[in-house]
Ligand binder design. Structure first.
Ligand SMILES: CC/C=C\C/C=C\C/C=C\C/C=C\C/C=C\C/C=C\CC/C=C/C(=O)SCCNC(=O)CCNC(=O)[C@H](O)C(C)(C)COP(=O)(O)OP(=O)(O)OC[C@H]1O[C@@H](n2cnc3c(N)ncnc32)[C@H](O)[C@@H]1OP(=O)(O)O
Ligand SMILES: Cc1cc2nc3c(=O)[nH]c(=O)nc-3n(C[C@H](O)[C@H](O)[C@H](O)COP(=O)(O)OP(=O)(O)OC[C@H]3O[C@@H](n4cnc5c(N)ncnc54)[C@H](O)[C@@H]3O)c2cc1C
Length: 680
């Protein structure tokens, strides 16, 4: 055998040996029954076991393997994800997974940004939400059977955030009862939609409707892009992939141009706005109802912030338990890095946040289903609250989860920088969540605007009752109140914690409102006055969203207590909730100090209590991440493997590196040998 064709590295099979002793010890010392917390997170024993069956089926299926993903080219990654899509469909048939929930569970277990994500997440929901009964009857069976594959094509080269600025035009031609779709400028090119480039046969296109030269605003239209026979683009359609991105290699984000493409009149989704055959236009019952799919997706994204952050924290906590650096004193054994306070201070607030976001996800799901029920009965009254709350929470949760993944990566030292840790790709694939479905900053403006309006109303009309989460805006007396948490114990009182968050939010809203008035008194009109307070508006939206997250965490624990959840579980959740509450006060201490709500009288016990909470969580840290119940497949990390055989796994996975296929480096003969062997 030639020495250059085979690596001399030992082939290990050590990844499956006995588990790491530290992890075993920590698991044995948990203060609460881990399995019960898992049931609580996933909605009961039966549901957990169902999810486990699906997760294990996926984890043991070679088609869904992930370990070689870093060695594939972009094209190979795209092909691989298509192979996974085909297999996903085969498994649905084979295991009778026909319900939407089963399919969602299966996709979640596959854990990849598949090019059918937009089909399922936005194309079908838009048909359901915006299509008439007949339109749904026509397209839903085809879409659900994957006889057509669709996406959501809204964003253009020139505009994403400013939807009213979209340039794609759909002009109604009364003589043929068709719409003519056209991209009049380069910047009108659709740009970014997922799965648009190469996969989709259809899409819902958002275009400005023009009837007899009258602009009727942006509306959704169903358009076929590619032949169902040979997948070639149809006449008048230019479509392709937008090229390399930060990550997201499995997804063919695409561009799309129309050259006077004709579609029948009944291809405008007409549940809310209609164009009659003679061109008569009927306006929708709410001007933003066509934006509903985005609200749906924002709610979905809020739910996924918890699981994404939980994955990163699971990897970092397990690794920090296995990894040892330095004895405290010479001659003593080295310390697990998780014993270091700084490591705990970096990771445990994120662990607490992953649990906090879990309850936020439950809350927004409930709010969303109430909203849909109302909408079905033509009641759109909850839309502003739903839109504003989801916009703010989407921003806060994705910002914190993105930064949290990076904190986890950095806390794993050098090995965190290896792609084999799973953290770089988790981060790179997750961070666009801060941009897509509404740039976070722009979304914050929406929530802040809503809060400012309600605050103004409450000021103008004392006694006005505002909805639950914003009812604190009625109570301007709250502004005069100060923190009285002058001991460590008092900081554990949920009422005091909530008081602090409410007070901060109200103060920022009130300041913003006052500044708005001051800017107008200086002579600015309202539009320019708003421009002058925009960075404060972002702070307002974050402050309110923090309050909503904490309020839900506190309420969830109360409900669990009332429903008889065991004391050890309640105790550990309360500790996490306390850490969440106190950590984010500490992180934004300036806000609380600036107006004298807190003073050093309160901050000393606050810091001391946080240190105590870190100590309290330490013995349960591994159990708390285990409770998220991720398979090794889901984590895709050599550092986060359940058995803790981190070094064995890293070593084995590194052998797959294509550079290791030969003993002598590719390029050696051309580039290294000449100077190594050159005469001196
Ligand atoms: C609950 C979910 C449960 C389960 C989920 C189950 C299944 C999910 C299945 C699968 C998912 C699978 C995979 C997906 C996985 C991950 C995601 C992967 C990829 C993501 C794909 C990304 C897609 C996209 O990005 S699509 C494009 C998104 N684009 C945007 O978000 C644009 C952002 N811009 C806007 O939204 C708006 O333009 C605006 C910034 C809000 C401003 O709008 P506009 O200029 O028109 O309006 P004004 O500012 O003038 O405001 C007027 C008035 O209207 C109010 N308003 C605005 N928007 C709304 C709205 N949506 N609803 C209600 N009201 C709205 C605004 O507040 C103003 O009110 P006032 O006049 O009262 O002040
Ligand atoms: C991975 C990925 C997938 C995507 N998938 C889809 C898809 O499937 N379908 C689809 O239609 N689109 C999709 N998009 C597009 C996405 O929705 C937009 O990029 C997003 O809405 C942000 O809009 P923008 O790019 O126009 O940002 P811009 O609005 O240009 O933002 C740029 C900067 O300007 C700031 N800014 C913008 N407006 C204001 C303002 N009024 N005041 C102050 N500051 C402002 C923003 O805060 C930001 O910092 C995707 C994008 C990505 C990255």
């Amino acid at each position: 055998m030639s020495s250059s064709s085979k690596p001399n590295l030992p082939v290990t099979n050590a990844v499956n040996g006995p588990p790491n002793a530290d992890l075993v010890r920590e698991r044995g010392a948990a203060s609460f029954p881990v399995r019960d917390l898992t049931y609580l997170v996933y909605g009961g024993q039966e549901r957990t076991e169902h999810l486990e069956r699906i997760a294990n089926m996926v984890a043991s299926d070679p088609v869904f393997r992930k370990t070689d993903r870093f060695f594939l080219s972009r094209t190979e990654q795209y092909r691989r994800s298509l192979e996974k899509v085909r297999h996903y469909k085969e498994l649905i048939a084979k295991h009778n997974l026909h319900s939407e929930l089963d399919q969602q569970d299966l996709r979640q277990a596959i854990d990849e940004d598949l090019p059918i994500g937009l089909h399922v997440g936005m194309f079908i929901p838009t048909i359901v939400g915006q299509g008439t009964d007949e339109q749904q009857k026509k397209w839903l069976p085809l879409a659900r059977a994957y006889k057509i594959i669709g996406t959501y094509a809204q964003t253009e080269l020139g505009h994403g955030s400013f939807i009213r600025g979209l340039e794609t035009v759909a002009t109604y031609d009364k003589s043929t009862q068709e719409f003519v779709l056209n991209s009049p400028t380069l910047t009108a090119t659709k740009w970014w939609p997922g799965a648009l480039g190469k996969t989709s046969t259809h899409c819902v296109v958002f275009a400005r409707l023009v009837i007899s030269d009258r602009e009727c605003g942006v509306h959704p239209f169903m358009v076929q892009l590619r032949s169902l026979e040979n997948h070639e683009p149809l006449k008048g359609i230019t479509v392709g992939d937008i090229g390399p991105k930060f990550a997201y290699e499995t997804m063919d984000n695409g561009f799309l141009r129309f050259d006077h493409v004709r579609i029948p009149r009944d291809h405008m989704l007409m549940r809310f706005a209609q164009v009659a055959a003679d061109g008569t236009y009927s306006t929708p019952p709410h001007s933003k109802v066509s934006y509903a799919t985005m609200v749906f997706m924002r709610a979905y994204i809020i739910g996924t912030a918890s699981s994404t952050l939980a994955k990163a924290v699971t990897i970092a906590v397990r690794y920090s338990c296995v990894r040892k650096q330095f004895p405290l004193r010479s001659g003593e054994p080295e310390q697990q890095i998780l014993n270091y306070q700084n490591q705990q201070a970096a990771l445990f607030p994120l662990l607490a946040t992953a649990y906090a976001f879990h309850f936020t996800g439950n809350y927004i799901r409930q709010m969303y289903s109430d909203f849909v029920r109302g909408m079905r009965a033509q009641d759109f009254s909850v839309l502003p609250e739903m839109h504003a709350t989801s916009a703010g929470l989407k921003s806060l949760t994705t910002w914190i989860a993105s930064a949290g993944i990076e904190t986890c990566r950095a806390s794993c030292g050098g090995h965190g920088y290896s792609k084999l840790s799973g953290l770089p790709s988790l981060y790179a694939n997750y961070i666009p969540a801060c941009t897509y479905e509404g740039d976070n900053t722009v979304m914050c403006f929406q929530l802040a605007r809503y809060l400012l309006k309600l605050y103004g109303k409450a000021q103008a009309k004392p006694g006005l009752r505002l909805p639950g989460n914003v009812s604190y805006l009625e109570k301007s007396t709250l502004l005069d109140e100060r923190c009285d948490a002058s001991t460590e114990e008092l900081w554990l009182d949920p009422a005091r914690q909530l008081h602090a968050y409410r007070n901060r939010a109200l103060r920022l809203v009130a300041n913003c409102a006052n500044r708005l008035v001051a800017e107008m008194q200086k002579g600015k009109d309202e539009v320019l006055a708003v421009e002058a307070i925009k960075s404060d508006m972002v702070k307002v939206a974050k402050a309110h969203s923090y309050y909503v997250v904490l309020n839900n965490f506190v309420n969830a624990i109360e409900q669990l207590r009332a429903s008889g959840t065991s004391t050890p579980i309640l105790r550990v959740l309360k500790t996490l909730c306390d850490l969440f509450a106190l950590h984010f006060i500490q992180a934004d201490l300036g806000d609380f100090l600036e107006y004298g709500y807190l003073s050093s009288l309160h901050t000393e016990p606050l810091h001391a209590q946080i240190r105590r909470l870190l100590e309290a969580i330490r013995p349960d840290a591994v159990a708390l991440v285990d409770a998220f119940n991720f398979t090794d497949h889901a984590l895709g990390s050599a550092l986060g493997v359940h058995n803790g055989r981190v070094y064995e796994t890293l070593f084995e996975w590194a052998q797959q590196e294509p550079l290791n296929k030969t003993q002598v480096a590719p390029g050696y003969h051309e580039y290294i040998k000449p100077f190594l062997l050159a005469k001196m």
